[in-house]
Design a protein around this ligand. Structure first.
Ligand SMILES: Cc1cc2nc3c(=O)[nH]c(=O)nc-3n(C[C@H](O)[C@H](O)[C@H](O)COP(=O)(O)OP(=O)(O)OC[C@H]3O[C@@H](n4cnc5c(N)ncnc54)[C@H](O)[C@@H]3O)c2cc1C
Length: 261
């Protein structure tokens, strides 16, 4: 079973700064962590390896410091890790991100299942998983909460929907996104930590992937973040005192003054 886990390194703090020129997050010099949903994706990948044999490859597109997230992934059970990093990848929207990841998957060759997290803490769009499956022209299942069975090139999973669960069958290879109900991520083992220290993590750049440079990063992004701002908190609350009837009258008066009723 060849499992690829896509994981993103995200700011581990809310104290983030925005690059005024590109309107993208400044990721250097702040505490970064593996995107929380991706820790469930990684754990599920390792459990599939334990159930069916094979290997887990962790893959991330990000700045050089994203290597830290991949080294952590090795300490948590990934066999191999690959960093897709090139100045040209910076500022990518989800489409450009998915294109870059798809190019790396095609370069890797044979795989059975790609596991992504439901969404990231920063971009939070949940778009990369489905876009990746579209670009690889393989099936996609979102919000997987249990992998019931994998046999004869088919997998059967449970996915969360508002009313409960659906059971879906799909042929391999397939891309899935997972929810946090799927498992409880393990802590790194001593053996894993030792292995992660010496792990060789190749860095693939534009030439390594042979990608069309106009389709990656800011250049390849259909959507551009044109402004990022933190809404000003304006506390203008007012507490009405006295009898309920009086309070309602006051409120209605305010609403009328404001032209809201
Ligand atoms: C505040 C903010 C707002 C943004 N808004 C938009 C927007 O509206 N539209 C848009 O197109 N882009 C947007 N972006 C850019 C977007 O964050 C990046 O394109 C990002 O690489 C992928 O989108 P996401 O973070 O929403 O990922 P999601 O689609 O939420 O991620 C789902 C899963 O895909 C995998 N994945 C995602 N990114 C990577 C990666 N770099 N490496 C490996 N695996 C990955 C992970 O498994 C992850 O759990 C925004 C970025 C920020 C910081």
């Amino acid at each position: 079973m060849n499992v690829i886990v896509c994981l993103k390194q995200v700011p581990g703090t809310a104290q983030v700064k925005i690059d005024p020129e590109t309107n993208t997050l400044i990721r250097e010099g702040i505490e970064n962590v593996i995107n929380p949903f991706d820790t469930y994706a990684l754990e599920e990948g390792v459990r599939l390896k334990e159930r069916f044999g094979g290997k887990v490859t962790a893959m991330s597109m990000g700045p050089p410091q994203a290597e830290g997230a991949l080294r952590e992934a090795v300490s948590l059970g990934a066999d191999e890790a690959i960093l897709l990093s090139d100045k040209a990848f910076a500022g990518a929207d989800t489409w450009a991100t998915a294109y870059t990841l798809a190019s790396a998957v095609n370069k890797l060759g044979q795989y059975d299942i790609i596991i992504c997290g439901r969404q990231t803490l920063d971009g939070d769009t949940g778009q990369v998983g489905p876009e990746l499956s579209e670009m690889l022209e393989v099936p996609f299942v979102a919000y997987v909460s249990r992998i019931e069975e994998i046999a004869d090139g088919q997998m059967r999973v449970q996915r969360m929907v508002e009313e409960g669960h659906e059971v879906i069958e799909a042929p391999l290879p397939t891309v899935i996104t997972v929810v946090k109900e799927i498992n409880v991520p393990r802590l790194p083992s001593l053996r894993g930590i030792v292995k992660s220290k010496s792990a060789v993590i190749p860095v693939w750049t534009v030439p390594d992937l042979g990608v069309d440079q106009s389709r990656v990063g800011l250049a390849g992004s259909f959507t551009k973040v044109i402004k990022v701002f933190f809404p000003q908190r304006v506390c203008q609350g007012e507490i009405f005192q006295g009898e309920l009837g009086n309070q309602v009258e006051c409120l209605m008066g305010k609403l009328k003054d404001a032209g809201l009723v």
